[in-house]
Ligand binder design. Structure first.
Ligand SMILES: [Zn+2]
Ligand SMILES: [Zn+2]
Ligand SMILES: [Zn+2]
Ligand SMILES: [Zn+2]
Ligand SMILES: [Zn+2]
Length: 318
């Protein structure tokens, strides 16, 4: 009896201070459903139980198929179909961010096989056509009106009449028509897809509209700067109203500073970020992460541009 109690009370191997590997923490299995495809595939190679969870019986991780960098440019129609087939027709989110090789044909086959898609994010999928997107969205809305969010910024040749057709497909559900306003669209959230994909739960939205300033079809951002909120006039695409990449404030009320990655920052955000030891410019958080700098750069770092300069001047001296 006592023996049983002790062994049950002990932490699982691998989780506590004890030596040696053990089974993965339960939380990892729950996290699988939220991972982008590349990370999901990587997890399946960690151990047998994760592999089984990803590849065999559990459909859950495949309800949201998210393809971002670096997999996106290489993703072919065939690979996408293979990945999406893991969801067995129950796909909820299909997010193809800048997947430039995906064609209208693949998109349409996917929506036909997955009538429950609620979020279709296909920005920058340059091989898709406006007509192809309309066909896919119409098919979805005929199958049951589940589609709530549609991101199509960067699809070639989208015109105003295309947008009207798409909006009417999304609004087709009478329940959605009662919703008065679209939720705020903030630049820094839109730029960082991983933060926004869980965001718009119920509001029907398309990411582009007519910019009130330049009249082009683009994402139109709201302002996050406190000084601006009262004015309400600070709404526009990123070309008409440049904004801070970290906080979405515009520079009408905030001082503009430069980052190494050529993104713009407000002074407040600039002050908070770690700077390059040579040029004293920061990376924005997303680019810092991509460069593997993370948040633990207390010892400082040398940015890519300064690294390159140093290399060039070393060469001159040799
Ligand atoms: Zn504009
Ligand atoms: Zn800022
Ligand atoms: Zn503003
Ligand atoms: Zn530098
Ligand atoms: Zn940046």
């Amino acid at each position: 009896m006592e023996i049983f109690q002790t062994s049950e009370g002990e932490p699982e191997p691998g989780l506590g201070p004890g030596p040696g590997p053990g089974p993965p923490h339960e939380a990892l299995f729950l996290a699988l459903a939220y991972l982008p495809v590349l990370e999901l595939l990587a997890m399946s190679e960690v151990c047998v139980s994760l592999r089984d969870c990803v590849k065999n019986d559990d459909v859950l991780p495949w309800l949201n198929v998210v393809v971002e960098r670096p997999l996106n440019r290489r993703l072919s129609d065939q690979n996408l179909m293979r990945i999406a087939s893991m969801s067995r027709g129950r796909l909820n989110t299909l997010a193809l961010i800048n997947c430039s090789r995906i064609t209208d044909y693949a998109l349409h086959s996917l929506v036909q096989q997955n009538p429950l898609i609620q979020k279709l994010f296909i920005p920058g999928c340059t091989a898709l056509s406006a007509e192809g997107v309309i066909r896919a969205v119409k098919t979805l809305s005929q199958q049951g009106h589940t589609l709530k969010n549609l991101w199509i910024n960067g699809i070639n040749d989208i015109q105003k009449h295309h947008l009207e057709t798409l909006s009417s497909c999304l609004q087709h559900n009478p329940k959605e028509q009662q919703k008065p306003q679209r939720p705020l669209l903030l630049f820094h959230e839109y730029k960082n897809f991983s933060t926004i994909r869980h965001y718009y739960k119920d509001q029907p939205t398309i990411d582009i509209e007519i910019c009130p300033r330049c009249k082009e079809l683009r994402p139109v951002f709201d302002c996050a700067s406190k000084a601006c909120k009262a004015k309400m006039g600070c709404k526009g695409c990123i070309f008409c109203i440049p904004r801070c990449i970290e906080c979405s404030g515009c520079f009408e009320s905030l001082e503009q500073e430069e980052a190494v990655c050529e993104d713009s920052l407000c002074l407040d955000c600039w002050l908070q970020l770690p700077k390059c030891n040579f040029c004293n410019k920061p990376y924005c958080k997303q680019h810092a992460e991509e460069k593997g700098l993370g948040s633990s750069t207390s010892a400082g770092f040398v940015c890519e541009a300064c690294e390159q300069n140093r290399y060039n001047s070393d060469e001159e001296w040799e």
